[in-house]
Ligand binder design. Structure first.
Ligand code: NAD
Ligand code: LMR
Length: 338
C-alpha cells in the first residue's frame, strides 16, 4: 500500500485483499482537508458508506490522530492517513473520487470571496496533485469561494491536459439541503419529502432557489417567497454569525457532502436516475459555469438539465445571479491564466 500511515496495518491489508477477492463494489475515496471542521465528520460519514472500500485522509496537520480514531470504526472501508505535501501524491494515487474541503472558512463580516486570497492557492496545489496522480477521478470541490475555485480547478486541469468537465463538480448540495429544510418547515412537511432545485452558484444572490419548481407542487405567498429566498441565500451567513468567529457550517456541510459524494459513487457504479444539483461547466446559460440539476453516471455529470420554466421573480433573480457569477468565474480563471 502507498506510504502514508495506517493503523493496525496487517489486518487492514488482509481486509483490503479479502474485499478485492469478494468482488464487492468499492470505490477509493480521498478527502483533502480531512482534519478540518468539515473534513472530520465527512471522514466519519464516508467510513460508514458501504460503497467506499478505501478511504485516504490527507491534510497538512493532525491526520495521524484523525486516522487512528476513524480507523477503529467497525465498518469495511480501509483507512489510511497522509500528512503534508510530501504525501499528497500517495494520498491521491488510484483514487476514484477526491473530495476537497481544504481551506480557510469565513468569520463574521466576511464574504466567501474574502477567502479567495488563501484558498485559491490551496485549490491550485491540490488540483495539480489530482492531475498528476488520479487524472480520471471525479472531483467534488467544497472549498470556498466555490464560484471561483471550480474555474480555478478547470484551468489547472486544462493546463495539465487532463480536463474533463464531466468530472469536476462544485458542491452546492448544502444549498439544496437548507432549501429542503426551510421549505418543509413552511409547508409543514417532512423535509425528506421535499425537493427544491437550487441553481446558479454558491454565494449570496448567486444562490437561486426555484420555488416555482418545488416538489411536491406547492404555492407560496409573496411574503413566504421573500422569507425563503433570503434565508436560503444567507443560510451560510446565519451559521457563521451563530458560530461567532469559530468557523462556518461544518456538520450540515459534512452531511451534504456525503449525500453528494454518495450520489457520485452510485453514478460511478452505474445506477440510473441519479440526479442532483451541482456547479459545473454548463451550457444552460451564456456563462461557462452554472449550477443546475445534473445526472450523475459512470463518467461524472453526464447530462446537465436546463433550468425549466421560471416565473418573473426567478427571472429577475437569475439576472442578478449571472452578473455576480460572471465576475467570480473570471476572477478564478485569471488567477491561473495571469
Ligand atoms: P477548517 O479550517 O476547519 O478546515 C480546513 C482544513 O483544511 C484544515 O484542517 C486545514 O489544515 C486544511 N488545509 C489547509 N491548507 C491545506 C492544504 N494545502 N492541503 C490540505 N489541507 C489543507 O475549515 P472548514 O470549516 O472545514 O471549511 C473548509 C472550507 O470549506 C472553507 O473554505 C469553507 O468556506 C468551505 N465550505 C464550503 C461549503 C460549501 O457549501 N461548498 C460549506 C461549508 C464550508
Ligand atoms: C455555507 O454555505 O455554509 C458555506 O459556504 C460556508 C460559508 O462561508 O457560508
Amino acid at each position: 500500500h502507498p506510504p502514508g500511515f495506517q493503523m493496525g496495518e496487517n489486518s487492514g491489508l488482509r481486509a483490503a485483499n479479502c474485499r478485492a477477492k469478494g468482488g464487492a463494489p468499492g470505490f477509493k475515496v480521498a478527502i483533502l482537508g480531512a482534519a478540518g471542521g468539515i473534513g472530520q465528520p465527512l471522514a466519519l460519514l464516508m467510513k460508514i458508506n458501504p460503497l467506499v472500500s478505501v478511504l485516504h485522509l490527507y491534510d497538512v496537520v493532525n491526520t495521524p490522530g484523525v486516522t487512528a480514531d476513524i480507523s477503529h470504526m467497525d465498518t469495511s472501508a480501509v483507512v489510511r492517513g497522509f500528512l503534508g505535501p510530501q504525501q499528497l501524491d500517495n494520498a491521491l494515487s488510484g483514487m476514484d473520487l477526491v473530495i476537497i474541503p481544504a481551506g480557510v472558512p469565513r468569520k463574521p463580516g466576511m464574504t466567501r470571496d474574502d477567502l479567495f486570497k488563501i484558498n485559491a492557492g490551496i485549490v491550485k496545489t491540490l488540483c495539480e496533485g489530482v492531475s498528476r496522480c488520479c487524472p480520471n477521478a471525479i472531483v467534488n470541490l467544497i472549498s470556498n469561494p466555490v464560484n471561483s475555485t471550480v474555474p480555478i480547478a478547470a484551468e489547472v486541469f486544462k493546463k495539465a491536459g487532463t480536463y474533463d468537465p464531466k468530472r469536476l463538480l462544485g458542491v452546492t448540495m448544502l444549498d439544496v439541503v437548507r432549501a429542503n429544510t426551510f421549505v418543509a418547515e413552511v409547508l409543514g412537511l417532512d423535509p425528506r419529502e421535499v425537493d427544491v432545485p437550487v441553481v446558479g452558484g454558491h454565494a449570496g444572490v448567486t444562490i437561486l432557489p426555484l420555488l416555482s419548481q418545488v416538489k411536491p407542487p406547492s404555492s407560496f405567498t409573496p411574503k413566504e417567497i421573500d422569507y425563503l429566498t433570503d434565508r436560503i441565500q444567507n443560510g451560510g451567513t446565519e451559521v457563521v454569525e451563530a458560530k461567532a468567529g469559530t468557523g462556518s457550517a461544518t456538520l450540515s456541510m459534512a452531511y451534504a457532502a456525503v449525500k453528494f459524494a454518495d450520489a457520485c459513487l452510485r453514478g460511478l457504479r452505474g445506477d440510473s436516475g441519479v440526479i442532483e444539483c451541482a456547479f459545473v461547466a454548463s451550457p444552460v446559460t451564456e456563462l461557462p459555469f452554472f449550477a443546475s440539476k445534473v445526472r450523475l453516471g459512470r463518467t461524472g455529470a453526464e447530462e446537465i438539465y436546463p433550468l425549466g420554466p421560471l416565473n418573473e421573480y426567478e427571472r429577475a433573480g437569475l439576472e442578478k445571479a449571472k452578473k455576480e457569477l460572471a465576475a467570480s468565474i473570471e476572477k478564478g480563471v485569471s488567477f491561473i491564466r495571469k
